[in-house]
Design a protein around this ligand. Structure first.
Ligand code: UDP
Ligand code: MG
Length: 138
């Protein structure tokens, strides 16, 4: 059993895709162990994406992520990190496989609907960034 952090980004919320994305997770046997809607400040988005500090897209990405509400979730299941990344598809929707969330719904490489942790260590950091122990069920 593994946990991963998922975010439905501001474009996914604005496009009315919360239910669509959650349906895909539940259909793939990923259980929601915690969930809330938040609107990050620019500073909070910068802290979350600190690993990308210095990259050309960092300023625009953190503007986008703080421009509207997100849904943040902890997903739990067998190989949850890899399974979530598979459902999401590649970062650039042009490279994402047909049927994946990003291929079906993303506008471009930045506005790509969802975030998912990429490794066990990043999942621990990202879950702790948004959730306290008391908020996690499971
Ligand atoms: N991103 C971007 N331009 C790029 C690469 C990434 O705007 O050239 C954004 C995009 O929203 C992506 C996020 O930065 O989801 C984090 O990038 P990462 O490489 O970690 O991709 P992910 O893990 O989300 O697939
Ligand atoms: Mg990443």
């Amino acid at each position: 059993m593994e946990r991963t952090l998922s975010i439905i980004k501001p474009d996914g919320v604005a496009k009315g895709l919360i239910g669509e994305v959650i349906k895909r997770f539940e259909s793939a046997d990923l259980k929601i162990a915690a969930m809330k809607m938040i609107h990050m400040s620019k500073k909070e988005a910068e802290g979350f994406y600190a690993v990308h500090q210095g990259k050309a897209f960092y300023g625009s990405l953190t503007d986008f992520m703080s421009a509207g509400p997100c849904v943040v979730m902890i997903l739990e299941g067998l190989q949850a990190i890899a399974k979530n990344r598979e459902l999401m598809g590649a970062t650039n929707p042009k490279d994402a496989l047909p049927g994946t969330i990003r291929r079906e719904f993303a506008s471009n490489i930045e506005r790509n609907i969802v975030h998912g942790s990429d490794a066990p260590e990043t999942a621990v950091f990202e879950i702790g960034y948004f959730f306290s122990a008391l908020e996690i069920c499971g």
